[in-house]
Design a protein around this ligand. Sequence first.
Ligand code: ZN
Ligand code: FE
Length: 257
Amino acid sequence: MQVIRLEALSDNYIFLLYDRIQNIAAVVDPAEAEPVLKQLVELKAELVAIFNTHHHHDHVGGNQQLMQHFPKVTVYGGAEDQGRIPGQQVFLQDGSRVQFAGRVAEVIFVPGHTRAHIAYYFPPEIAGEPGDLFCGDTLFAGGCGRLFEGTPTQMLNSLDKLRSLPDNTHVWCAHEYTLKNLQFALTVDRDNTELQQRLDEVKAYRSRGKATVPSLLGVEKRTNPFLRWEQPQLQLITKSNDPVQTFARIRGMKDKF
Ligand code: ZN
Ligand code: FE
């Protein structure tokens, strides 16, 4: 399975999962249909699945047009999103499994950004290779999603679940927010030298117009302040050693950054 990253809207990424052998594809969070259709024409591939992480328009906006082009496509989303995802046919829960081209992904329920948000985790095909996590607007490179429908406790629990995956996991998040996220991160985690290095790298990448997604989960664990609520530096700056309070205060500071 190959992952092809497509740009959409102003800063969204759409991920096309492509299986060369069967010449089939699946798409994660089609913000719009055009870039997906264009890529599928180039590959001469058939779209068999749409995997949605949550109901926001910049994640499901292309569903209907893709369904018109591929009437046999199956549309997946979270069970709690019933009625909010156009064309949804499969209602997934924590621990549900979905298949694509012989690969099986585990569904992880990650409420917080929305109350119904799910992530899809494909363990590595070959031991030692990176797995693939499609986490929508829950975990970002260097940051996390805003809390629109969930509480800090829910989001912390969700991020904790994602944090338990192997370090060697590709984090395929749905937006190119990395530079701004890391600029904020350094204001709360100032002595983190790996974070400083990462910010420098990302600045260089972005100045050349290069994408910073996917990142690696191990790097996130060491540099993303929204996975680091136990770190003394973050507890100091938030004046709390309570994980939820530390997390909530960092999120509140980021909202105003
Ligand atoms: Zn969203
Ligand atoms: Fe989004």
